[in-house]
Write a protein that binds this ligand. Structure first.
Ligand code: ZN
Length: 888
């Protein structure tokens, strides 16, 4: 699965949306589900499922016959079910002579909190094989959970398409089932659908028959043994394009007429499939692999790896020549690479329980980055690893963090596990361990792991065991320290100076914490790579027992965490930092980025002068790596947010930041140059966004001029700049401009563009217009899946306003948020606040609305707000002094 992220302004450009659905029932309160695991007395071995969806009434009927095995005598059978009503329950036992024994109808007990249905019999069922047949019906939802509908406008009028989303625990909304990853079974799915619509599932269609009444019966081939959360069903007015690669039929499925926009992903999928068939050394096991693009959005995810039927929201997959940018293209590739990696790592081999969800997500994230680097070296994405590490550490430095492997009890805890620790720390730890054992040994271990556990379920130690076997190195102990305990090692570096041509470094391990700086550090064995400036080779050491010394030939300054593959922070003694900073231009770009990123974070935390980052930023040449400038621009935008509401102080900072970034932007210019690097094209859009956020009138005026000129001069707003220009115009909109954008949204017929316009309406700096956006979000106009996204966009610049509005309309907002996101949605609205009152409000919200054990996202948001307040009090005065030449 790919997570939904809405962060700072220029990132908030991704299209998100849908059009009004007919009707949706009130959402249940969040309090409730405390689901633990099902009893192990009975297990399923096969499902025969028949579904008859009625998209118009937003209901479906179903019949399922489940082959089960009673493992211990029991009088009741308990499985998962949510919002299903049962019309008929029949249990039969296939006797040895093939005579069925039918049992009297059981009592049906529904437990809403546990999300289960129990069938209680008047006698004990003895061990053996049975068939449980259930007739039932259920609801089609308006948010991306269970079986759901997305409405959109097409050239031929309004359309409604159906899709499913079952991870983490929502197969139970469509099929009464043992809805836990460890219950792997085969599935045979059949559906009765309107003739002329395309039905798609994990497997190809095996049989199709016209029922003569405008309906078609579609039976899909039987699936291999798999977990319930990987099932998929989709239905609509679709087109499909295919490509045959290595004997597998690759397909992309879009709403009618849009397959050309999926051509890039289809072609990329071919290259990725070849890469993975080789890397895993086990061929892709299903006959086909589709990637289904859907309009709309979710607050929880962007794409989902259903086996043989990947689901991706259009905004994360389609390239629309009128609006898509280079970063959209990179993202579409990366997401396809991520979901395809899951076809092996996650689908063929699946974690036993959600405790180990990082095995899926950390690995797929790492594989996504690796594959992008290998297949698109010209994109130069290696430096992105630093950003991923920082994203993980942003969460991992608070006391509310958790280990990569964590105990999960409830459905909500499983949903909350899809966070930066699971994805990005998981990825960073894998990168570090791969670096430690070497890429070949790592790959061989992965191959052994996949072969040993194909069609099975695993825990993290199953992977470590195979890596140890293939590498001959005892990595389990290191892996445990980085995955079973939370937090970030801090390596303090001191140099004993240069003696007899050798530089000796003393490394001491502490712990980096943003809100518990004085706590006793945990202990890690930390693989550290050091490299002297200008040296050809690096030197590896393992910091064990809290300290290590390492000697490096020569007297040049030594970079610690050279290559930035280590998951730890590096705090140099001041003289060492100065020596490296003084030779900044001699560092590899990835180490430049690492040093900049860390000096900023360590500066915010008070561990080194916050002016170190600013001094570095002043010294960077305008022609430095575009990604370095992207980082500086991003930090400047962050500082500008810290200064929010600070009048003259903020203006002084803005003046400095604009002066620093303007020459860089001038060098790149507004007009894309033929053959320029993608990183330059991406930086152009970033700088437009950040300069606009900083209030740079030159950029704002030019964006407005181009926007106004587009009616007569199409070249004024080229596709690659369209999102960036619109974002500037929207951010600084007055009432007239906002009304213009609103009219454009109403008139727009392309779902992806339309969704984007609604999000832009929610991205204004003006508070009055932000209020209008909030009111608009809760009407039926933007569409069912756009509403929650609009509130999230308002919260980027107006967190307090968005949160208060959400609380004032709690029931209506909850109805617009997918169930999987409910416990994190409000905390995220609040988390960019710097108002102490928000902490009180958020805690009150959590106490009132979140179940015990589901409060982690709220606690994290509180920690984030408290830290923002601290930074404003303690660091901004230092920056003020630095700006006036006082050097902090
Ligand atoms: Zn994933």
């Amino acid at each position: 699965m790919h997570r939904t992220l809405i962060t700072l302004s220029w990132i908030a450009l991704a299209g998100l949306g849908g059009i009004p659905a007919a009707f949706s029932a009130p959402a249940p309160a969040i309090k409730g589900p405390t689901t633990t695991q099902l009893p192990r007395t009975v297990r399923p071995t096969h499902y025969d499922v028949k579904i008859v969806p009625d998209a118009r009434s937003m209901r479906f009927s179903g019949k399922v016959a489940i082959a089960i095995e009673v493992l211990q005598p029991t009088a009741s059978i308990t499985l998962n079910a949510v919002d299903l009503s049962f019309a008929k329950v029949v249990l039969t036992r296939a006797a040895k002579q093939a005579i069925s024994v039918k049992y009297p109808a059981p009592k049906v007990q529904i437990n809403d909190d546990e999300q289960t249905a129990s069938f209680v019999f008047d006698r004990i069922l003895t061990k053996g094989r049975y068939r449980l047949a259930l007739d039932y019906d259920g609801k089609i939802g308006t948010q991306a959970v269970g079986l759901f509908a997305i409405d959109y406008v097409s050239a031929t009028g309004p359309k409604r398409a159906l899709y499913t989303q079952f991870e983490n625990s929502d197969a139970r909304r469509m099929i009464p089932s043992w809805d836990e990853p460890a219950f792997r079974t085969s599935f045979a799915l059949e559906a009765i659908v309107p003739a002329g619509e395309m039905a798609v599932s994990n497997m190809p269609i095996a049989q199709q028959s016209d029922l003569g009444n405008g309906l078609t019966r579609v039976r899909f081939a039987q699936s291999p043994k798999m977990s319930t959360y990987l099932l998929f069903f989709g239905l609509g007015d679709f087109d499909r394009a295919t490509l045959k690669v290595d004997g597998t039929e690759l397909g992309v499925i879009t709403k009618k007429g849009a397959t050309a926009q999926a051509a890039f992903v289809l072609e990329s999928s071919g290259a990725i499939l070849r890469e993975y068939n080789e890397y895993f050394d086990v061929g892709y096991p299903l006959p086909k692999l589709d990637n289904i693009a859907a309009p709309g959005s979710s607050q929880f995810f962007g794409a989902m790896e259903n086996w043989g039927a990947i689901f991706t929201f259009e905004h994360a997959m389609l390239l629309d020549p009128s609006i898509s940018t280079q970063s959209d293209k990179h993202r579409a590739f990366q997401i396809a690479a991520h979901e395809m990696a899951h076809q092996w790592f996650g689908n063929l081999v699946t974690m036993r329980w959600w405790d180990d969800i990082w095995l899926n997500e950390g690995f797929a994230s790492w594989m996504e980055a690796r594959t992008t680097r290998r297949l698109h070296p010209e994109w130069n994405t290696a430096l992105a690893a630093v950003g991923k590490r920082e994203e993980a550490m942003g969460l991992d430095g608070f006391k509310t963090t958790h280990p990569v492997v964590q105990h999960v009890e409830t459905v909500e805890q499983a949903s909350q596990a899809f966070d930066a620790i699971t994805y990005s720390k998981g990825e960073a730890v894998i990168r570090m361990l791969e670096g430690y054992v070497g890429a070949t040994a790592w790959r061989n271990g992965v191959r052994r792991y996949i072969k040993a556990h194909a069609y099975g379920n695993t825990e993290s130690d199953d992977l470590w065991r195979e890596i140890e076997r293939s590498s001959g190195q005892p990595i389990t102990a290191i892996a445990h320290e980085f995955t079973l305990q939370p937090g970030i090692p801090l390596i303090r570096v001191e140099s004993a100076g240069c003696n007899s041509g050798q530089t000796t470094l003393h490394l001491t391990q502490a712990e980096f914490s943003k809100d518990q700086p004085d706590r006793k550090p945990l202990a890690w064995r930390v693989p550290v790579i050091v490299q002297a400036l200008g040296a050809a080779a690096s030197i590896r050491t393992l910091v064990t027992g809290g300290r290590a010394s390492v000697s490096v030939p020569g007297c040049a300054p030594v970079v610690v965490n050279a290559g930035q593959s280590g998951y730890y922070r590096t705090l140099y003694a001041p003289e060492n930092f100065r020596a490296i900073a003084g030779n900044f231009g001699a560092l590899a770009p990835i180490d430049q980025l690492g040093l900049m990123s860390e000096s900023w974070v360590l500066g915010l935390a008070g561990l080194q002068p916050v002016s170190d980052f600013l001094d570095l930023a002043v010294g960077i040449p305008v022609d430095a790596d575009p990604q370095l400038w992207g980082k500086i621009a991003g930090v400047f935008e962050g500082i500008n947010e810290y200064y929010r509401g600070e009048g003259a102080r903020q203006a002084a900072f803005q003046k400095f930041a604009i002066a620093r970034l303007t020459p860089v932007f001038a060098r790149i210019g507004w007009t894309p140059r033929p053959g320029e690097l993608d990183t330059v094209a991406i930086l152009r859009n970033e700088l437009i966004g950040v300069l606009s956020a900083l209030g740079d009138t030159a950029v704002i005026d030019e964006a407005r001029r181009r926007y106004a000129a587009q009616a007569t001069d199409p070249a004024a707003v080229p596709a690659s700049l369209r999102k960036a220009i619109l974002a500037v115009v929207a951010r600084h909109a007055d009432v007239t401009t906002w009304d213009q954008l609103h009219a454009a949204a109403l008139a727009e017929k392309t779902a992806m563009v339309r969704d984007q316009l609604y999000n832009l309406l929610a991205s204004t700096q003006d508070e009055g217009l932000a209020r209008r956006a909030l009111e608009l979000a809760l009407t039926r106009e933007p569409g069912e899946t756009n509403s929650a996204a609009m509130l999230s966009h308002v919260a980027v610049l107006h967190p307090d306003l968005a949160f208060d509005f959400g609380i004032a309309h709690l029931a209506a907002v909850n109805q617009k948020v997918d169930a999987t996101s409910r416990s994190r949605y409000f905390p995220r609205l609040a988390s960019q606040s710097a108002d102490p009152a928000m902490i009180v409000k958020l805690n009150a919200y959590a106490a009132e609305n979140l179940a015990v054990g589901s409060g982690r996202d709220a606690d994290t948001a509180v920690a984030n707000i408290a830290y923002r307040i601290k930074v404003r009090h303690e660091r901004l005065p230092v920056i003020d002094r630095w700006l006036t030449g006082g050097k902090g």
